[in-house]
Design a protein around this ligand. Structure first.
Ligand code: SF4
Length: 220
């Protein structure tokens, strides 16, 4: 498909989703650091479980890099237990905290001032931070226009003939970033709307296409 047609298609899909669902108010987090923590905790679990873990951290006033860094691995794991895989996630959070300290002297402000591409590469070098988590941090915590791709994105794009089944993360991300403007608000809402659609209608098996806002974009 020519690039201008992809642009038109992706923007039409966005407009259809926005008309259907409205703004999603992502990311639910009061500070960039809370968003970063949430991005790690949300791996392989429902957001409702992340909320409980974050509430625990908030209750103990631990949602700052310095306070969280003072915790032992075991204590951190206990506090984030509701998010599942808590021992692994506690280690991932500690890796992130060490990264923030080593590269930005513990300052989230300094981290957010980093060049987006440089920050992305650095984040990917942190054990436990994959592409989706890194891009979530870039977009929703640091305010850098990097499109976040997830399993819902893959499912919806492939069902609509916009990618092949074997497309990798970067190919899917490039599809968006080369076709639509690098606009923070657009990227923010677009990903959130894709998640909404994937949860409500575009299920893994038996998608509810009839009446779906994207029904008219299905390949014939
Ligand atoms: S539910 Fe059907 S129409 Fe809607 S996005 Fe999924 S495949 Fe497309």
């Amino acid at each position: 498909m020519p690039k201008k047609d992809i642009t038109m298609r992706l923007l039409s899909i966005y407009n259809a989703l926005y008309r259907a669902y409205g703004p999603q108010h992502w990311w639910p987090g009061e500070t960039p650091f809370e968003v970063m923590v949430g991005a790690v905790l949300t791996q392989n679990t429902a957001w409702s479980n992340v909320e409980k873990a974050i509430a625990n951290l908030k209750k103990h006033r631990l949602l700052t890099p310095s306070r969280m860094s003072s915790l032992t691995l075991g204590r951190l794991a206990t506090l984030i237990r509701p998010s599942g895989y808590y021992n692994v996630k506690a280690k991932h959070l500690q890796n992130l905290l060490v990264f923030i300290q080593d590269h930005y002297r513990g300052s989230i402000k300094k981290l957010c001032a980093e060049d987006g591409a440089v920050l992305r590469q650095k984040l990917l070098n942190v054990s436990g931070i994959g592409e989706e988590t890194a891009d979530s941090i870039l977009l929703y915590a640091a305010g850098k226009p990097f499109f976040v791709v997830d399993a819902y994105t893959r499912r919806i794009l492939s069902r609509h003939g916009l990618i092949t089944q074997d497309a990798d993360y970067l190919q899917m991300q490039r599809l968006f970033m080369e076709a639509i403007p690098a606009d923070l608000l657009l990227y923010n809402e677009y990903h959130a709307l894709i998640v909404k659609l994937g949860k409500e209608l575009c299920r893994k098996s038996r998608p509810l296409c009839s009446g779906c806002p994207l029904e008219r974009f299905l390949p014939v």
